[in-house]
Design a binder for this molecule. Structure first.
Ligand SMILES: [Ca+2]
Length: 341
């Protein structure tokens, strides 16, 4: 069963990382929520099979939205705080102090669903010191995907002036900013973007392949044909003449807040629903995941739609809000490799 698989993955995270601390974030990122774990019936209302405890009882964080590590040969772990800081500390249950690794609060516009939302270390971080972030800013309101460079793999702080912007795009509304960045097993950087916000995707960005919004993007950070990045040779719209963004890997998404790869290299996406249905997708290259035509498997708004419904990719799992208004968020963490100790 799928739901049992999810539970297995979450337990795997805990077992391999030595960490039983998960962060979930829905529409109230100012509040750290308990992780939501599906039980064997697929319900999210009852008791999960996994007990969530505080792995670092002596530490506190300000609106943490991501927890990761750099594969840098140290025992350090990193927490992203929404206001614009990356915190670093020893992966030890007795850790009593946390330092600031990067502080870009002056660049970041935070609050609601905005902020510093994602962090991914380059697969060769130990050699090149590069890591990638996704954040929102104001005046104008935009998403920025950029990289920073540590002076050495074990540097304790990173200079904000080392920033190089890969790409940026407008955010028409404050909500639905996606925000995840992560490297796939192919070495490319994947970026999740929301549909731009408001409600019901009024600009129909999810279906508009000329838009950055409502997508999973995929870029090659080791290439420069787009300036500070390149387009992988097999991206589905590379070289198209229709005006579609070549960065698109998949589309038709509403607010894929967290995405992850499993051990088979499958890309799992939790796509937050509108009013009724949350969905989980296994995303494949070029797929159209339906929003705003569909919310989960249900019809939502097919106005101006020219897509054959049979060409839409259905979620592999969906759930309604019958047991409460619970969005699909932090349960999509899946371990690819054990944490380096
Ligand atoms: Ca969908």
């Amino acid at each position: 069963m799928f739901s049992k698989t999810i539970v297995t993955f979450v337990i795997s995270l805990i077992a391999t990382s030595g960490v039983s601390w998960l962060v979930a974030l829905a529409c109230k990122p100012e509040k750290q929520a308990d992780a939501i774990v599906a039980d064997t019936t697929g319900s999210t209302s009852g008791t999960g099979l996994t007990k969530v405890v505080n792995a670092y009882p002596k530490l506190t964080f300000d609106s943490p939205v991501e927890y990761t590590y750099a594969n840098d040969g140290t025992n350090r772990v990193f927490v992203v705080e929404q206001a614009g800081r990356i915190r670093v500390f020893e992966n030890d249950a007795n850790a009593a102090s946390v330092a600031t690794y990067l502080d870009i609060r002056s660049k970041v516009a935070s609050g609601g669903e905005m902020g510093l939302l994602g962090l991914a270390f380059h697969p060769d971080f130990k050699q090149n010191g590069l890591f990638y972030v996704n954040y929102t800013k104001s005046n104008p309101r935009e998403t920025i995907v950029s990289r920073f460079k540590a002076s050495s793999a074990d540097a304790s702080t990173v200079d904000p002036a080392s920033e190089v912007i890969l790409f940026r795009f407008d955010q028409p509304y404050a909500n639905h900013n996606g925000g995840k960045v992560l490297f796939g097993p192919d070495g490319y950087l994947y970026v999740s973007t929301g549909d731009g916000g408001s409600g019901g995707d009024p600009q129909n960005n999810g279906q508009n392949r000329a838009s950055w919004l409502g997508k999973i993007l995929r870029v090659d950070v080791n290439s420069t044909d787009k300036g500070q990045y390149g387009i992988p040779a097999d991206n589905p719209f590379k070289g198209n003449t229709n005006g579609y963004r070549e960065e698109i890997f998949a589309y038709g998404l509403r607010n894929p807040w967290r995405i992850s790869f499993d051990e088979k290299g499958q890309l799992w996406v939790g796509d937050v629903g509108q009013n009724a249905i949350e969905e989980v997708d296994i995303v494949t290259k070029g797929g159209n995941y339906g929003w705003r035509i569909k919310e989960g498997n249900a019809d939502y708004n097919a106005k101006d739609n020219t897509v054959n419904a049979a060409d839409l990719k259905a979620p592999i799992w969906q759930y309604s809000h019958d047991n409460g208004n619970v969005s699909i968020t932090g349960a999509m963490y899946i371990v690819v490799q054990p944490m380096q100790r």
